[in-house]
Design a protein. Sequence first.
Length: 155
Amino acid sequence: MTHPELNTPTPPSSTGYFAISSESLNRKALRASLQDVSSGAFVLFEGWVRDHNEGRKVLQLEYEVYEPLAITEGNLILQEARERFAISLAAAVHRQGLLKLTEPAVLVGVSAAHRGAAFDACRYIIDDVKARLPIWKREHYADGTTEWVNCKVKD
């Protein structure tokens, strides 16, 4: 289900959500979905499409996703983060399809009573999303070639 005005999935639970989107990601909607009166901190990570990788000029990226497994595993990662860190809410949304330079490819948001837990949980979530989800990235280079590349994980 998508929030009609904000083009972002509506949270299916009271603790957060993981989603895949074919549309532009909306950081304001994600932030609004994680506001909580018991939280004093909110951390947002945005992963953007950049113009280079390993010395090659990149023009755009393309993501393919095996959505059923990605959503199941993504929600499991969020549950693990809630169990490991003192956080209130967490959400993540990853794009699929063709993305232009500077477009957000992934958003991860976490709210918590204190900033330390929010930062730690956000880092845990993005690292595990990159390592565990069935999401493949194809880079489109300035020389006209394309190449499937591995996402760098756990740095």
